[in-house]
Ligand binder design. Structure first.
Ligand code: UD1
Length: 418
């Protein structure tokens, strides 16, 4: 039986050293990209997570052979023999849809169940499809399945994204890598994970320029070759540790961080009164007093990441003063708020904005994790709270954090699963 409740003893300062793993959100598209060419690619520092297992299942169902040893994954896509990933895997994780670009490029067709809505918002795929259509794919949506096909090769063209979607930018970039001619993706996402994927594709022989800017230029090449790559550090995991250190008035030395990638959070924590020291590939975050309220608005990179919003809100609940948090990326991403309220937080939601009146302290309660980052937020809140918090449905946490409890336990946290 799965142990799906995490019991956290709060009120302890979290101090010590933690190492951040490779980025989940980079690893997922990198695994998909390995489908673009026959042969074996090696991806290093892949975190051992449920979402990674799901992506592994997806590429294996398409015929790839995958080996994962420690944190090194090899993907042999010599003989792809499928173009339709199983419904259960696509339903379990929206990022499964990232195999569409590679499948279209390599096999000329793909049938993928529509990923559908999820807890944090409707999350459509229109921008992915708009890109594939611009590259010459015929798209048909019926019976909840997206069927895309192309006669011969995809053809480079200009694609303007109405919103800088991370997934759409990645999917279109992969599809365009071996298309005929030049593809321009305008208003492209600029997240570090986009740059990581572009770097991997370029090692495979692709010609992608402009990653990290709003204009991506991809000159299609005849074919790609397998390659190896080390995943960038997970900026969301690093950020979660930064917030925990500051929120518990502890001190964490966080190893394997790219300072630039966590700048928006660093700025907010400093504004709130935490101390942040940066070193080569590492940082120390500490606080010696209650944090001060801050206002934050989530935006595409380099703005404040939506994936850090819940965790920051968790510590703003006990900060001095009134904070305002505006969620601009997903329309329904405040599900952690009522759970934090059960712990004594004073949060009012109006549309996309949450007003958080800081209270002196939170107290342990029974709470429910609704999604990955909400569960990280509840762990964060529970660590700062007085008494014991029972977080139900904690399995969401395992989608995005490898051995989270083990690493925090070494820094003074007390928690157990039941
Ligand atoms: C990725 C991340 C996720 C993060 C999100 C935003 C991965 C595996 N996941 O998700 O952790 O929270 O970026 O930083 O990398 N949209 C459309 N049409 C589309 C695609 C997206 O309207 O075709 C909208 C979405 O509904 C959402 C916004 O664009 O409101 C951002 O979504 P997007 O950047 O695509 O997020 P994901 O790639 O799904």
């Amino acid at each position: 039986m799965e142990l799906n409740t995490l019991i956290v003893e709060g009120g302890r300062k979290i101090s010590g050293t933690v190492r951040v793993g490779g980025a989940k959100n980079s690893s997922l598209p990198l695994i998909a990209a390995a489908l673009l060419t026959a042969g074996t690619s090696t991806i290093e520092d892949v975190p051992r997570l449920k979402d990674i297992e799901t992506m592994r299942g997806v590429v294996e169902a398409l015929g790839a052979r995958v080996i994962m040893e420690d944190n090194v994954m090899t993907v042999d896509s010599s003989c792809l023999n499928g173009n339709e990933p199983p419904y259960d895997l696509v339903r379990a994780m929206r990022a499964s849809f990232l195999v569409m670009g590679p499948l279209l490029a390599r096999m000329g067709s793909a049938h993928i169940f529509q990923p559908g809505g999820c807890a944090i918002g409707a999350r459509p795929i229109d921008l992915h499809l708009k890109g594939f259509a611009a590259l010459g794919a015929e798209i048909d949506m019926s019976g909840g399945v997206v069927k895309a096909k192309v006669d011969g090769r995809l053809k480079g063209d200009r694609v303007y994204l109405d919103f800088p979607s991370v997934g759409a930018t990645e999917n279109i970039m992969m599809a365009a890598a071996t298309a005929d001619g030049r593809t321009l993706i305008e208003n492209a996402a600029r997240e570090p994970e986009i740059v990581d994927l572009a770097n991997f594709l370029n090692k495979m022989g692709a010609r992608v320029r402009g990653a990290g800017t709003p204009m991506l230029r991809i000159d299609g090449v005849e074919e790609l070759a397998p390659s190896s790559h080390t995943v960038i550090p997970d900026r969301i995991e690093a950020g979660t540790f930064m917030i925990i250190a500051a929120g518990t008035q502890g001190s964490l030395y966080i190893d394997n961080v790219v300072g630039e990638h966590v700048k928006p959070l660093e700025a907010k924590l400093s504004e709130a009164g935490a101390h942040v020291e940066t070193f080569e590939g590492a940082m120390r975050v500490s606080a010696d007093r209650r944090l001060k309220a801050v206002d934050v608005t989530t935006m595409p990179y380099p703005g404040f990441p939506t994936d850090m919003q819940a965790q920051l809100m968790a510590v703003l609940c006990t900060s001095e003063g009134t904070s305002q948090v505006t969620e601009n990326v997903f329309e329904n991403r405040f599900m952690h708020a009522p759970e934090l309220s059960r712990m004594g937080a004073n949060i009012k939601i109006s549309g996309r904005t949450a007003i958080i009146e800081g209270v002196p302290n939170l107290t342990g309660a029974q709470v429910n994790a609704t999604d990955l980052r909400a569960s990280a937020a509840l762990v964060t809140a529970a660590l700062t709270a007085e008494g014991e918090t029972h977080i139900h449905n904690i399995s969401h946490l395992d989608r995005g954090y490898e051995n989270f409890e083990g690493r925090l336990a070494k820094c003074g946290a007390r928690m157990r699963r039941e």
